[in-house]
Ligand binder design. Structure first.
Ligand code: NAD
Length: 481
């Protein structure tokens, strides 16, 4: 049994209360590590270390921080294979996905913000008519909190930590209690990279204890959170009276809108990925597939054929395209939604069942990729986030109907539009209620672009300057001359 430890003040350490809980491998259903059950005492110790480190870190040169963040990126790359195996084991995602998407992206996050920080500058605004000039300093906030979910563990953890550190803050970070392993390995990389003690502190534990202790700590001035909408609301309620800066990246119910004039083969291939990559457990997955009536039957036939060909199996196997769900509780939640879809009148066209694997994975949490049709846009199945391998397909007639279905949920994270009609693509992109619109593609990511959602999908944006602005306080200085 591996023992995961907190990383506080540059040291790997036990939780102060000495308590641990079990960490499971989703593909086998067996526990394989122990996680610190940290609480407010550990957070307090980390805040003391981070405050002390901030005095030094916030005054380091951009070159110094650049070099350290680049070193972190290089070390992630050097350890790609070990990190990818750990990520796959911890989450149930195919090793092929962890080694081509999750871990390379974690390395890119550090490299990107290492470079970005060298170009991030104070601004100045002249007032020649009044003989004055303003300059606006972008100063680090102090100690900030970063809390991330289980679906893309190291990828999203580093997406927050890298810009926070680049901007000169010290960080208290908490990964999901379901997938702590790569965050633990990152602690070791910090030590190897020579990151000064206290600059980054990683606390493991449950959301209600260690997570809430981070959100409610008066010395932690900003919270960057990615996770569920209900958790986001709770965090906002706690943080608002303390006037903390908040960035919330929350749930989604993304529409994938397919017009008859699309490049069909490319659309079909990408729609398989946008529906079932990481077993549908990516906040950007298109869970509502809206298809123009004239090609609905053809799409249905071709899509089902491809879904049934997905290689479901042991995430360890390099050929596997579709692995396990993250936890037993999550598998049960997904299955309840499939039952609900049937009660609401939906027809399960493929999947809909738990898969009983054999051999090593016989105790694992696998749900077959599931496609459902026959549901109205306003039913619960089409309104609530399932966050699993379940998509609904629905015909539409014309742009207006597609838009009304697309915009009918409380969420507004991402959307995909497939069409070769340029005017339609722009019109739809302008009208759609989402923070991210892909036209003829999915998950094409440029780290400079603003990333985030509207409505119940979140507040604020990550990525590029947006992240560096979030993690700094602007201070305007006006000089009259
Ligand atoms: P979650 O909200 O249950 O947990 C996320 C993190 O918050 C975990 O580290 C958890 O321990 C912590 N937490 C829980 N309660 C807390 C509290 N009261 N105070 C402080 N921290 C607390 O989410 P999850 O189940 O881990 O992740 C799935 C959700 O994340 C989905 O809704 C998905 O859409 C969303 N997500 C969004 C994005 C995005 O960029 N918008 C990306 C990935 C995932």
């Amino acid at each position: 049994m591996e023992l995961i430890r907190n990383y506080i003040d540059g040291q790997l350490c036990e939780p102060i209360n000495g308590n641990y809980f079990e960490c499971f491998e989703p593909a086998t259903g067996e526990s394989y590590a122990l996680i610190p059950n940290s609480d407010k005492d550990d957070v307090q110790q980390a805040v003391i270390a981070a405050k002390e480190a901030f005095r030094f870190w916030s005054r380091t040169s951009t070159d110094y921080r650049h070099d350290l963040l680049r070193r972190m990126s290089e070390l992630i790359e050097e350890n790609l294979s070990a990190l990818a195996s750990a990520e796959s084991k911890d989450t149930g995602k195919p090793i092929s996905l962890a080694s081509t998407v999750d871990i390379p992206r974690a390395a890119s996050n550090f490299k990107f913000f290492a470079n970005a920080l060298t170009q991030f500058a104070s601004e100045s605004h002249e007032m020649p008519h009044a003989n004055a000039i303003n300059y606006t300093l972008r100063q680090p906030i102090g100690v900030v909190g970063c809390i991330s979910p289980w679906n893309l563990p190291l990828y999203l953890f580093t997406w927050k930590i890298a810009p926070a550190l680049a901007a000169g803050n010290c960080v208290i970070a908490k990964p999901s209690e379901l997938t702590p392993m790569t965050a633990f390995l990152l602690s070791k990389i910090c030590i190897e990279a020579g990151l000064p003690k206290g600059v980054l502190n990683i606390i493991h534990g449950y959301g209600q204890s260690s997570g809430e202790a981070i959100v409610s700590h008066p010395e932690i001035k900003a919270i960057s959170f990615t996770g569920g909408t209900a958790t986001g609301a709770r965090i906002a309620a706690q943080a608002a009276p303390m006037f903390k800066k908040l960035s919330l990246e929350l749930g989604g119910k993304n529409p994938n809108i397919i017009f008859a004039d699309c490049r069909y083969d490319q659309m079909l291939q990408t729609t398989i990925r946008s529906s079932f990559a990481n077993q549908g457990q990516i906040c950007l997955c298109g869970s509502r597939i809206l298809v123009e009536k004239s090609i609905y039957e053809k799409f249905k036939r071709d899509f089902l054929e491809k879904v049934q060909q997905l290689a479901v199996g042991d995430p360890n196997n390099p050929e596997t395209q579709f692995g396990a769900l993250v936890s037993k509780a999550h598998m049960e939640k997904v299955m309840r939604y499939i039952e609900l879809a049937k009660e609401e009148g939906g027809e399960v066209l493929t999947g809909g069942n738990v898969i009983q694997m054999e051999g090593r994975c016989q105790g694992g949490w696998f749900v077959a990729p599931t496609v459902i049709e026959g549901l109205p846009a306003d039913c619960r199945t089409n309104q609530e986030e399932i966050f699993g391998p379940v998509v609904t397909i629905m015909p539409f007639d014309g742009e207006d109907e597609a838009l009304s279905y697309a915009n009918s949920t409380g969420y507004g994270l991402s959307s995909t539009i497939w069409t070769e009609n340029l005017s339609r693509a722009h019109h739809m992109a302008a009208q759609i209620q989402a923070g991210i619109v892909w036209i003829n593609g999915w998950m094409v990511r440029d780290l400079r672009t603003p990333f985030g959602g509207i409505k119940h999908s979140g507040v604020g944006r990550e990525g590029g300057w947006e992240a560096l602005r979030f993690f700094t306080e602007p201070k305007n200085v006006c000089i009259s001359y």
